[in-house]
Ligand binder design. Sequence first.
Ligand code: GLP
Length: 252
Amino acid sequence: MIRIIRTRDYDSLSRKAADIIASQIKVKPDSVLGLATGTSPMGIYDDLAQRYTSGTLDFARIRTVNLDEYVGLGATDEHSYRYFMNLHLFDRVNIDKNNTHIPDGLAADLDKEAYAYDELIQSLGGIDLQLLGIGRNGHIGFNEPADHFEKSTHVVDLARSTIEANSRLFDSSADVPKQAVTMGIGAIMQARSILLIASGRDKADIIKEAFCGNITPEVPASILQLHPDLTIVGDEDALSAMGAGDADLFCA
Ligand code: GLP
């Protein structure tokens, strides 16, 4: 079932999504959270950090697995996703860093790293709640449009459109790494629940295509239509190409 939550703006989207994550943490204090990077989740992480500071949320037993990491960037590189996660969440709450996992983009043997990452997710008992953003080309994590869905964690050549989209966070598109290690569609789909967030008008078309169109590896997020517990929290702009309200009306 797809649950749609439409919010007024980015702040209310962040609050609503943080509510869902906070509930998960309260119900299961040792939850395995699948986490995402990108600009969309920043407000959620701010909100969660504030809840920790005000004493209403405890991360002491939480475990996390992130979706992806750029190949060639280490933890001290400010463009790496490890750096992002430390800055926006992990350094602001009482999580044990040993319980936070992100693929190692500096691993000498990246295929081995990818294999070990799936083993790790299995050893943690799978993901309780997976947070996802969505790329403008429909990617989730760094699962790029392709002719098949890649099940396992793998090394991926980033699409030109992704390099261009993500270049806004680098000095130039030439500085954006050309490859990443990403969790595959298998681990994402096996997450017990999924929370996808989308903000802004430039996500409107891809949201409609992914959730009202055909299920195809050309639009990787479209596979989420088959997930039994998917919540989409989108602001008015991101959902502006859709019908209103609940799942039935969503694609009208
Ligand atoms: C990156 C990440 C994705 C993220 C996407 C969208 O490519 N690998 O996980 O969903 O960007 O980012 P934004 O939220 O900045 O639009």
